[in-house]
Design a binder for this molecule. Structure first.
Ligand SMILES: [Zn+2]
Length: 455
């Protein structure tokens, strides 16, 4: 039976070959485009930006109008009605606006209404940008009235033509068994709705095979123009791995605490204090970053509009890409090792917003890309049948002594070694934290004093 796929469909999609598709996954391709295709893609990104900004401007004007009326003492019930910020109303308004049916629709030179070029851009672009704008406004509203944890976010920013990375998103709805609108058409070619066939640099073989076997269903394609090239991420759901890859037999049986560190990217230890693995990698990132810094200096010494500057800019772009690639490879390596190597992992619930507020940590946090690491760990654990325990945000994994259980309140980030004042234990800070995580069971009662347990 054909089942329509959608990003919001939570129920498992069953492919035409009878396989349940439950594993969210992404295929990334670098596009090889002609200048004509490049312009076409830019037009799509422009439409996405225009739609997003249009919603923000309309909401802002409405809010300003109501605020102004209030200052003149207009009673609440007589104010200009508030606009609906729901995704559906944004989509409906955008369609009416671009097609010329809305009262505020653009009017062209020849008297026609609506966006004259709307037919050249997929309707999806307008819809996904509308959903994005509604989401940004919802986040802002939730943050403003305290419903959302973390830093207070400002009114969503308008996307500037010059400062925004050109990007847009297409959905790829189709009944299971039909030809997917986003699909490989050759070893190095992909087809997209409205955009037609585009060349890609990577082989499409794996995606092609999965589609043929009914083991993958694409639901969206996100395009981004980064460092002089278009990249497309095809997201969808795939069949789970073969059961042999999901069994935890043959792995470390012990519960393993994973400390996402400051010195090392990750460190795993069991509850008995055995170190189970460390992932360094910070060095590789630093090397790449040092080279980037040099290239930056070289660039700043070149003259405007000179050939030397062009060359330095190209080199800079390449090094930026290199840093990103090193980081990405590192994160995937760590999360795959962890998810495949152990039966049960315990990680901290990182308050990333709070960590970023601490300037000492900010650089390391962005380097290690903690949030991304956590995200990968979550989905890979589910892929490989690994149990993933998230410790309570307030669990003092770093400040607790793994020897006697007493808590050191004045531990600072500069303290690389944990020295216990009660039992005299001296232990690497990250190892100590990992051991505590491995032993984590439930949030400790917050009101009780530190408990001293015999070592
Ligand atoms: Zn102690």
């Amino acid at each position: 039976m054909p089942v329509a796929a959608g990003r919001t469909a939570d129920a498992a999609l069953v492919s035409h070959t009878g396989v349940a598709l439950t594993r969210a996954t992404t295929f990334r391709f670098t596009l090889d485009v002609t200048s004509e295709q490049h312009q076409r893609l830019l037009a799509h990104a422009g439409a996405s930006r225009l739609a997003f900004n249009h919603h923000l401007a309309r909401v802002k004007a409405n809010l300003d109008q109501r605020a102004a009326e209030r200052t003149y003492g207009v009673p609440e019930e007589d104010l200009t009605p508030a606009l609906s910020w729901s995704k559906v109303s944004f989509i409906n308004h955008m369609n009416a606006w671009k097609d010329g049916r809305a009262v505020d629709a653009p009017v062209n030179h020849d008297g026609s209404r609506g966006l004259p070029w709307r037919g050249e851009v997929s309707t999806d672009v307008f819809e996904t940008a509308s959903v994005h704008a509604a989401q940004a406004l919802a986040n802002w509203a939730a943050s403003r009235n305290g419903a959302r944890a973390g830093r207070v976010v400002g009114f969503p920013r308008f996307k500037s033509r010059h400062k925004t990375t050109p990007a847009f998103r297409l959905r790829a709805k189709y009944p299971e068994g039909a030809a997917p609108p986003v699909r490989p058409t050759g070893p190095k070619a992909m087809r997209f709705p409205k955009l037609g066939e585009l060349g890609v640099r990577e082989s499409t073989r794996r995606l092609r095979r999965l589609l043929q076997q009914g083991r993958f269903h694409a639901y969206a394609a996100a395009f981004r123009y980064e460092r002089g090239r278009w990249v497309v991420s095809v997201t969808g759901v795939a069949a789970p791995f073969h059961p042999a890859r999901r069994t935890t037999t043959g792995r470390h049986r012990a519960r393993v605490g994973v400390d996402l560190g400051v010195k090392t990217l990750a460190l795993a230890a069991d509850e008995h204090g055995n170190l189970r693995g460390t992932w360094e990698g910070v060095k590789a990132l630093h090397t790449a970053q040092a080279r980037l810094k040099l290239a930056n200096q070289r660039y700043s010494r070149t003259k405007r509009d000179s050939n030397g500057r062009k060359k330095a800019a190209r080199r800079l772009g390449k090094l930026h890409a290199r840093v990103a690639a090193v980081r990405k490879a590192l994160l995937h390596q760590i999360t795959a090792d962890l998810a495949k190597g152990y039966a049960c992992l315990v990680v901290e619930d990182l308050n990333t917003a709070g960590m970023l507020a601490n300037r000492r940590l900010a650089r390391v946090v962005s380097d290690a890309a903690f949030a991304e690491l956590r995200r990968q760990l979550e989905y890979k654990s589910s892929w490989y049948g690994t149990e993933l325990v998230i410790a309570d945000r307030w669990f003092p994994s770093s400040k607790t002594c793994s020897g006697c259980g007493s808590i050191k309140a004045d531990l600072t980030l500069a303290d690389r070694t944990y020295r216990c004042d009660s039992c005299g234990l001296a232990i690497d800070r990250d190892v100590n934290a990992a051991i505590n995580l491995a032993r984590y069971t439930e949030p400790p009662p917050r009101s009780s004093p530190p408990q001293h347990v015999a070592a």
